[in-house]
Write a protein that binds this ligand. Structure first.
Ligand SMILES: [Zn+2]
Length: 236
């Protein structure tokens, strides 16, 4: 039975948009995003399959353009974990649009020190919300990041970054999930793709263990951004 408090909360709860934070009148077109924001988000439209140099297919739902950087930064640094729930349905649509199917979702892990500083891993939050929508298991804590990276320094060249991350990720040998996933298709999820070094390094031990990997990130600026109108016209 509902408590009185729960009843009142539901009665007076006003949903707000996870992008602009303004109160939104239900029903929202997306569970957490108001109509205005949904119409201005920089969707990658026909460019969700990213052109890149990686060894496995990669998809991104949004370009890393306003207001996406604001969403991502507050998700990472201001405890705005609700942003992960707003992004996950957009990632799920990308999966559905391309008729992709997977056996499990693996979030790109943070180094344990970084996760302790932040209190959570934003990629794991997105993966968790995505797993509920797609009804897939999320395997967290199996892929591990062994190398601590200082907050991305501008002096680091792309080559240095790739070398630094080369063997940064490993799989926890003693988890039985490894046997279950060998030969299966895993969706590797992260929030943003910039150089691709992190995602490539994170996929390496999964591929080496016999898994088929597909990457999915909320946002990436790889490929040309045409602007919303142009993309929309090309898409429909
Ligand atoms: Zn909004």
């Amino acid at each position: 039975m509902k408590t009185v408090r729960r009843f009142l909360e539901e009665l007076y709860y006003i949903p707000y948009c996870s992008v602009c934070d303004s109160a939104a009148i239900p029903p929202l077109p997306s569970p957490h995003i108001c109509r205005d924001c949904l119409s201005t988000l920089p969707f990658r439209m026909g460019k969700e399959k990213v052109t890149w140099e990686g060894a496995f297919p990669l998809y991104a739902s949004l370009f890393y353009r306003d207001p996406v950087p604001r969403m991502v930064v507050s998700l990472k640094f201001s405890d705005r974990t609700d942003r992960a729930n707003a992004m996950a349905p957009l990632l799920a649509r990308t999966v559905e649009r391309h008729s992709l199917s997977f056996d499990a979702i693996v979030p790109v892990p943070l180094h344990v020190k970084r996760e302790r500083e932040r209190g959570y891993n934003q990629a794991a939050l997105i993966a968790g919300s995505l797993s509920e929508i797609l009804a897939l298991p999320v395997i967290d804590g199996w892929l591990v990041r062994d190398v601590y990276t200082e907050p991305q320094s501008l002096s680091q060249t792309m080559k240095e970054r790739f070398l630094h991350l080369k063997d940064a990720f490993t799989l926890e040998d003693d988890l039985p999930v490894g046997h279950f996933l060998s030969g299966r298709h895993v969706l590797l999820v992260d929030d943003v793709l910039t150089t691709g070094a992190t995602l490539s390094a994170a996929a390496a031990p999964l591929i080496a263990a016999g898994m088929k990997v597909t990457g999915l990130v909320a946002a990436s600026d790889k490929d040309r951004y045409d602007g919303y109108r142009e993309a929309l016209e090309a898409y429909f």
